[in-house]
Design a protein around this ligand. Structure first.
Ligand code: PSV
Ligand code: MN
Ligand code: MN
Length: 427
């Protein structure tokens, strides 16, 4: 979808008067409160959140899928869709590929197309949870943790192949999420399965380019429902620690049991310099991949508070994590949902930037519980939307990305171009 700068300017012209009023009010308030608004805008502008290639089509559930039409039919069209998002919000400038769902048959052409759309390739994701057509070995009973060496070897080879594709596209990290685990007590020896996983990961790590990271994702259940080999941050951290300094844990917000204190996990992983990646979504019951910020915005803010404090703290040396949205839905337009997701992430980030870290630390030292809570909630209760909009405006994005998506009838245009019934891969 070609969106012309003139169209964005036209949209912004209509909204700018109101935006200026709102921004002026917030700018005065924040300046009075001791914040440097220019610095805040600069930081918000710099935040880029990768879009996974599997989030552009309707995800569906095991009970059915209700595609909305005009969904991308191949990698080229997926890149086109992410390019559209990026033009609108200027914060979706990276794509995360899943192999073999999105094999770049002509990597050079794909790279050029991504460049034309102002996109870079973020982490590449391997897939050893689904059998592919004509695959000799089945992942039914696991992949990197499988009891059979031939299947472990096949899984290792797949990961190494994914790295090769990533290298051609300029990616710098491999994300490993495993479905390996069990559905029934007694099915597996926990320690042996873990050790087999470690050994397999060691072989992949040996093939990791020197400037790459390996990101190890954990998940407590699904598709296995009794145990998973990498069930929690402890298991992931254990593996990352044993592998070496280019291996990190990846936190996916949806991969925790209800009420887990995710912000505390983030704080400790950053303390260890081992938080490598972050997947955003939200959930009410489980890993149901709802839109980030739609259910627990305060939790998201608290997580960002740890991320901001941890990453900006000169005493700590955690690298900036790879940010990615990891959600797909059945009832929303996927592109509108991604615009909402990026906006929710930026709002949480902007609010976290308002936390007065020194004062918070002082309150903590003095056990002033009320003051600590006030400091956090003052930041959380600030309506930062004009700040986020200002950052977008200054990056040549649209003041109201979802509004503009609708004004331009982008979905209708995609349906005209691609048709109502399209097949796209995705979870
Ligand atoms: C499955 O839970 C999952 O959503 C993981 O979070 C991965 O990041 C993603 O699929 C792709 O492998
Ligand atoms: Mn994930
Ligand atoms: Mn997930």
């Amino acid at each position: 979808m070609n969106i012309l700068p003139g169209q964005i300017n036209g949209h912004n012209d209509l909204l700018e008067k109101k935006h200026r009023r709102d921004y002026q009010y917030l700018e005065n308030k924040l300046t009075d409160d001791g914040h440097d608004t220019e610095e805040l805008v600069r930081k918000i502008k710099a935040l880029q959140v990768a879009i996974p290639s599997w989030a552009l089509g309707t995800g569906g559930t095991r009970f059915g899928r209700f595609p909305g039409g005009g969904e991308p039919r191949n990698l080229e069209e997926k890149i086109g869709d992410i390019g559209t998002l990026h033009k609108l919000n200027r914060s979706s400038g990276a794509i995360s590929l899943h192999i073999p769902w999105d094999i770049p048959d002509d990597p050079k052409a794909i790279l050029d197309l991504a460049k034309d759309n102002d996109l870079v390739f973020d982490a590449v994701n391997s897939n050893t949870f689904q059998d592919q057509p004509r695959q000799a070995h089945s992942y039914k009973f696991g992949s990197l943790a499988h009891t059979e060496e031939a299947i472990r070897d096949r899984s290792i080879a797949h990961n190494l192949e994914v790295i090769k594709y990533g290298e051609l596209l300029g990616s710098k990290s491999l994300t490993v999420w495993l479905a390996d685990g069990t559905c029934f007590p007694g099915q597996q020896n926990f320690r042996k399965a873990f050790m087999r996983t470690l050994e397999s990961l060691q072989e992949i790590y040996a093939g990791l380019p020197h400037d790459w990271k390996m990101l190890i994702e954990y998940k407590p259940y699904e598709p296995n429902f009794y145990s998973t080999v990498i069930q929690d941050w402890g298991s992931s951290h254990l593996l990352a620690g044993k592998l070496g300094n280019r291996a990190f844990s990846l936190v996916d917000l949806g991969h925790h049991l209800p009420n887990t204190n995710i912000e505390q996990i983030v704080a400790l992983l950053i303390m260890e310099g081992k938080l490598g990646g972050f997947h955003f979504n939200d959930s009410k019951y489980g890993d149901d991949d709802l839109t980030v910020g739609s259910i627990k915005p305060y939790q998201l803010f608290l997580v960002f508070n740890e991320l901001v404090e941890g990453i900006e703290n000169p005493a700590l040396s955690n690298p900036t994590p790879a940010w990615m949205i990891d959600a797909s839905h059945n009832v929303k337009d996927p592109l509108e949902d991604l615009l909402q997701s990026v906006e929710a992430i930026k709002i949480a980030y902007a609010r976290a930037l308002l936390v007065k870290q020194h004062e918070l630390e002082e309150a903590r030292e003095q056990n002033d519980v009320v003051k600590a809570q006030e400091l956090l909630q003052n930041a959380f209760r600030t309506d930062v939307r004009p700040l986020v909009a200002e950052a977008r405006l200054r990056s040549t994005g649209a003041l109201d990305p979802v509004g503009m998506f609708r004004e331009l009838a982008i979905r209708q245009q995609l349906i005209t171009e691609r048709g109502h019934k399209t097949i796209s891969t995705g979870l």
